[in-house]
Design a protein around this ligand. Structure first.
Ligand SMILES: C[S@@+](CC[C@H](N)C(=O)[O-])C[C@H]1O[C@@H](n2cnc3c(N)ncnc32)[C@H](O)[C@@H]1O
Length: 219
């Protein structure tokens, strides 16, 4: 079966509560399983290799496995890596590393990328892509690193492979236009921007989080 390549600008899907993180951990940055599930069901072809370079607690990989796809992933945080790899059938496909090192990790070419990079506020100094290393503090260093990382992911993706990037703007003063900035950072890495999808949560929508977004690119 060939993959559907039309990404609508607006969809409504039911929310699913994230649930596989360890109880004691802060999993505020885990995304809803409904996010990868929608894109896998609608846009991945049978047998596809699905890649999440910011794996976190492994939501993309768990749903990919559940639906019969082959997951691959990278997670920099040792505890999160152990948690995800410890439960996945395809645990050998998961690496504990900086996504920047992706080309050195003996990974095969991927059919699709689904991820949620760590978000950062414009006013924040702690750069999540460097685990807060003060040498790389600030929003500009974060955006620059996003471009560098995505440049390094390019050779791992098949030609024409879609990239599905979960992203939200961050409210507050000052407002962080993260969708715009992340989109620009990834385009600069050489990926073609296709569209921005607005995902409205239907049933079970959290009260303070009625919608989210996916930035869609093509290799
Ligand atoms: C938004 S979370 C991903 C959450 C995931 N979608 C889930 O549902 O569990 C981003 C993850 O990227 C990881 N991370 C941050 N910098 C990284 C880097 N340079 N390379 C690989 N992983 C990184 C963080 O430790 C965090 O777990």
């Amino acid at each position: 079966m060939s993959a559907n390549t039309h990404f609508p600008a607006l969809i409504k899907i039911d929310y699913e509560q994230p649930e596989n993180a360890p109880k004691q951990d802060d999993n505020a940055d885990q995304f809803s399983p409904a996010f990868p599930r929608y894109f896998l069901n609608n846009h991945a072809k049978k047998g596809a290799k699905i890649f999440d370079p910011f794996l976190g607690f492994g939501t993309t990989a768990f749903i990919a496995e559940e639906l019969g796809f082959t997951p691959f992933g990278i997670e920099a945080d040792e505890l999160r890596y152990q948690w995800a790899a410890g439960q996945l059938e395809h645990w050998q496909n998961i690496r504990c590393a900086d996504a920047f090192d992706a080309p050195d990790l003996a990974l095969p070419k991927m059919d699709m990328l689904i991820t949620s990079p760590p978000f950062m506020k414009i006013s924040q100094s702690w750069n999540p892509l460097y685990a807060g290393d003060p040498q790389y503090k600030g929003y500009e260093a974060y955006l620059l690193r996003l471009t560098e990382i995505f440049m390094r992911l390019k050779p791992i993706l098949k030609r024409g492979a879609p990239l599905i990037i979960h992203c939200d703007n961050i409210e507050g003063k000052p407002f962080t236009p993260l969708k715009r900035d992340m989109s620009y950072a990834i385009s600069k890495a050489g990926f073609k921007a296709i569209t921005e999808m607005n995902i409205i949560w239907g049933k079970n929508a959290p009260q303070n989080y009625p919608q989210t977004y996916a930035l869609i690119f093509k290799n």
